[in-house]
Design a protein. Structure first.
Length: 154
């Protein structure tokens, strides 16, 4: 089970280069059902996700680069490229700050993953996290891969 809340910050405090960084490229073989391909630094994954926003079932499988490259030819969405900075928070939580590139340049989101729905509901985000967009499907990566930012900017 993946349980996360997502936010749209207006600014990020400090310098992100001080945190662990991940370079991510991802796209979708299908958005219904959700079948995602992701390269995260030098690791490759195929992920199946059920419907849902804050909580949903997720199954992730490691791939070789060859398998990833073969499946990448089958994507049906625009690729998403982003740099993720992993900022430690209190209570052992981590803010995953995604700075998007390419067609999504200028978009920044922050996600926090939780071990339970109760923990997610109790979480009090810092002010810099900005507006919560967990329940806005336009901020899902699958929607961004299909629609870009046109539905966010309405």
């Amino acid at each position: 089970m993946e349980i996360e809340r997502k936010f749209a910050p207006q600014s990020i405090p400090g310098n992100l280069s001080q945190y662990e960084q991940q370079e991510i490229a991802q796209a979708y073989i299908s958005v219904d059902p959700t079948i995602r391909l992701r390269r995260q630094n030098n690791e490759y994954y195929l992920t199946f996700k059920q419907k849902g926003l804050m909580a949903r079932e997720e199954a992730e499988f490691p791939l070789t680069q060859t398998q990833f490259d073969h499946l990448w030819e089958k994507i049906e969405t625009n690729p998403i490229r982003k740099t993720r900075a992993l900022m430690p928070l209190n209570d052992g939580l981590t803010a995953e700050i995604d700075v998007y590139h390419g067609a999504l340049q200028g978009l920044v989101t922050v996600e926090v993953e939780f071990s339970s729905i109760d923990q997610a509901k109790r979480f009090n985000p810092p002010n810099w996290f900005g507006a919560e967009v967990t329940e806005d499907p336009n901020y899902s990566n699958s929607s961004l891969a299909v629609n870009g930012m046109r539905l966010i900017n309405k």
